[in-house]
Design a protein around this ligand. Structure first.
Ligand code: NCD
Ligand code: ZN
Ligand code: ZN
Length: 429
């Protein structure tokens, strides 16, 4: 059988190191089967899944439970462990048990996990540092947020904890700076999740300049949506941290080009339409699906000449692979049994429709948006999981935790022409 890839670009599959697949605990929002199918449709070949499930991934017991859920995965995956005030004694067990990274919620968000004090963070960072695993930060300062909320409550007003007006970017700036200092002190590698504001870029750049092992991600919503979209989208746009002003989106876009922001992730955070629609914005659940729409949205920018395809590959695949210890096993073009590839049609026009999403979260702030460029085939370790914009049957369970494939020999680098030839001849099914 021959696959005609004339006119397509083969790029390494996207590596999305920030998704919430909600299982166990909130499977009406998403589960590992639907979440990884959405990834396959989005050209995403590896995901890292977050610990704010129910129960949260706080010890090796919950890690095993999550690995069990992940047996339904169609794409490869990493699993995040939680780093919180009350599980410091579990961190070594999580490391030994095979987590791929840690998430530290410095501010409150979906799942209501308590934010660790600076003391707990310090101790946690010291435990994680020797493992080399990266600690990803929901960089917000609980203390400033709680203080402001208390003040607003006392004044008898609504106190939306993360309403745009009640949450200036300083809560994130302070958190990035503090996390960088703790990283520097302990040697733990850190990563700043969902960068939303221009203000966060300075402490991030400064930390990099003085040699801190720190990386940062932004998400499509912080590039393509702003406060100007609140009226149009209402509670659907509610996300944590919130989208900010056009000047922030512009600064983050530039930082993504210059390398201050290392990568694009999605913070795929599905909820049902019922949970998203609310007349009072801050009462709606925060977040929305993204793993399926990132590549078309970003390729649209590539097609318009605002970013090179080469740079897109860097921020969507190579950089996340390097940051999370998977390069060169992942994050570049490889062949045969190692081929994690998105075949993209740069001319393909689509319209984003929630009803077409493979996620259970059938609601998106990008509804109706026209995109140019889409992944028309996705291969995970040499097998098609998506072909001609359709899921391939029988791929549930094909996904592996990256720790389990790390022992496989690293393939020799080959150029794209060879890859193509090999794809078509080396038993790719
Ligand atoms: C995330 C979720 O729903 O789990 N929501 C969000 O708005 N980003 C939580 C998170 O990433 O902090
Ligand atoms: Zn977060
Ligand atoms: Zn998230």
């Amino acid at each position: 059988e021959v696959v005609d890839v004339t006119g397509l670009h083969l790029i390494p599959g996207a590596i999305d190191t920030h998704v919430h697949f909600r299982e166990p605990g909130y499977t009406h929002k998403e589960d590992w089967e639907t979440g990884t199918k959405a990834a396959a449709m989005g050209g995403v070949t590896t995901v890292f899944e977050m610990p704010n499930t129910n129960p949260p991934t706080r010890s090796v017991t919950e890690l095993r439970q999550k690995q069990d859920c992940a047996k339904k995965a169609s794409v490869d995956f990493g699993i995040y462990g939680l780093l919180a005030e009350d599980n410091i004694d579990e961190l070594q067990g999580l490391i030994d048990g095979g987590v791929n990274a840690f998430k530290c919620f410095m501010g409150n968000t979906f799942g209501n996990l308590p934010s660790p004090s600076t003391g707990a963070m310090l101790e946690g960072f010291e435990i994680v540092a020797p493992s080399g695993l990266r600690i990803s930060l929901h960089a917000e300062t609980a203390s400033i947020m709680a203080w402001r909320q208390a003040r607003l409550d006392a004044a008898g007003r609504h106190a939306p904890l993360d309403h745009i007006a009640a949450r200036p970017e300083v809560v994130a700036i302070e958190a990035v700076a503090r996390a960088a200092i703790l990283s520097e002190w302990t040697g733990a590698r850190v990563h700043v999740l969902h960068i939303s504001s221009a203000g966060e870029l300075r402490p991030l750049a400064e930390a990099k300049a003085r040699g801190v092992d720190i990386t940062g991600e932004t998400c499509p919503c912080y590039l393509f949506l702003t406060t100007e979209d609140y009226d149009r989208l209402g509670s659907v746009i509610r996300v944590n941290p919130p989208v900010r002003e056009p000047k922030d989106a512009k600064a983050i876009w530039e930082a993504l080009q210059t390398g201050v922001v290392d990568m694009i992730a999605t913070d795929h955070a599905p909820h049902t339409p019922e949970e998203k629609h609310n007349d009072i914005i801050w009462k709606a659940d925060c977040g929305f699906p993204g793993v399926e729409t990132q590549m078309p949205l970003m390729l649209t920018e590539v097609a318009a000449g605002r970013m090179s395809l080469e740079h897109y590959v860097k921020i969507s695949s190579a950089n996340p692979a390097r940051s999370f210890g998977m390069y060169p096993m992942k994050g570049r073009i490889a062949v045969g049994a190692h081929a994690d590839i998105a075949a993209v049609d740069m001319a393909r026009e689509e319209v984003i429709r929630a009803e077409n999403l493979h996620s259970l979260g059938k609601i998106t702030p990008f509804e109706g948006r026209k995109t140019v460029g889409a992944p028309v085939h996705t291969l995970v370790r040499g097998r098609f999981v998506q072909r001609d914009r359709m899921l391939c049957p029988g791929m549930v369970g094909h996904g592996r935790q990256v720790t389990d494939i790390q022992s496989m020999p690293t393939p020799e680098p080959k150029n794209v022409d060879q890859t193509l030839a090999t794809l078509l001849t080396e038993g790719v099914t």
